[in-house]
Write a protein that binds this ligand. Structure first.
Ligand code: CDP
Length: 236
């Protein structure tokens, strides 16, 4: 049987990484893991526990002592055919996608012990290969030996428009300028944090998807996958 590889898809906020990662996983029969959902679930936990202080900073000392109580998992939703995110046994898929969570997630994700806990869990989930994981540090820190690495980006305005439309479709009432400011601020925090900052791995293939359709993007990724598999099988 063909060897199952590890596929790391990283990139900027709201650039459609998860859509392409999910579609690829489904097409090739791999497991899909949304690492951003795990940081979002941790952030929701902080909000529920009152750990986000009035000035927007996180009570890291309190969070560190509560960290062992955070259990994030994924379960397939039969209706959508996609995994839903669970926080301590409760389905939080919708709750983690709000603007409020988006506005607090990057400071939470910058905390070293939060990253250590999530990274360890992600490495366990992907230990046997056959996984497509998307995020910010998958190709650089979580799976530096991944056989296929992709770094996705698109212009700020296009990314903000996509996220704005997505939030609207979900019944939220987003303000475009806020969505744009949030994604720029998250990119800034994610790229400048001390631990596992967002950056392109040296061996990642770059995709700027500003002007391509979802179908074209899907095909592009599938082609990269087959290309990589054929180079691996050609090797003695
Ligand atoms: O959906 P979007 O691309 O906007 O973000 P996401 O993938 O849901 O990730 C939300 C946030 O989690 C990011 O802005 C990062 O702060 C953090 N994150 C991270 O630090 N490392 C990852 N591997 C994935 C996400």
């Amino acid at each position: 049987m063909e060897k199952k590889i590890t596929i790391a898809i990283d990139g900027h906020s709201s650039c459609g990484k998860s859509t392409m990662a999910k579609d690829l996983a489904r097409a090739i029969g791999y497991i899909y893991i949304d690492s951003g959902a795990m940081y979002r679930a941790c952030t929701l936990f902080c909000m529920q526990q009152g750990l986000i202080l009035a000035d927007g900073t996180v009570d890291a000392a309190a969070l560190e002592s509560l960290m062992p109580q955070i259990e994030v998992s994924f379960r397939l939703n039969a209706a959508t055919g996609r995994p839903d995110t669970y926080l301590n046994g409760k389905n939080v898929e919708a709750d983690i996608r709000t603007m409020e969570v988006s506005s607090h997630v990057s400071p939470v994700a910058a905390i070293p012990f939060v990253r250590a806990a999530m990274t360890a869990q992600q490495q366990r989930m992907g230990a046997d290969g056959g996984i497509v994981m998307d995020g910010r540090d998958i190709g650089t820190a979580v799976f530096p030996d991944a056989e296929l690495k992709v770094f996705v980006t698109a212009s700020d305005e296009i990314r903000a428009t996509r996220r704005f439309d997505e939030l609207k479709a979900k019944g939220e009432n987003p303000v475009f300028a806020e969505v744009l400011a949030n994604l720029r601020e998250r990119d800034r925090i994610d790229s400048t944090r001390a631990v596992a900052p967002l950056r392109r791995a040296d061996d990642a293939i770059v995709l700027d998807n500003s002007h391509i359709t979802i179908d074209e993007q899907k095909q592009w990724l599938l082609d990269r996958f087959h290309e990589r598999i054929s180079t691996l099988t050609e090797q003695p």
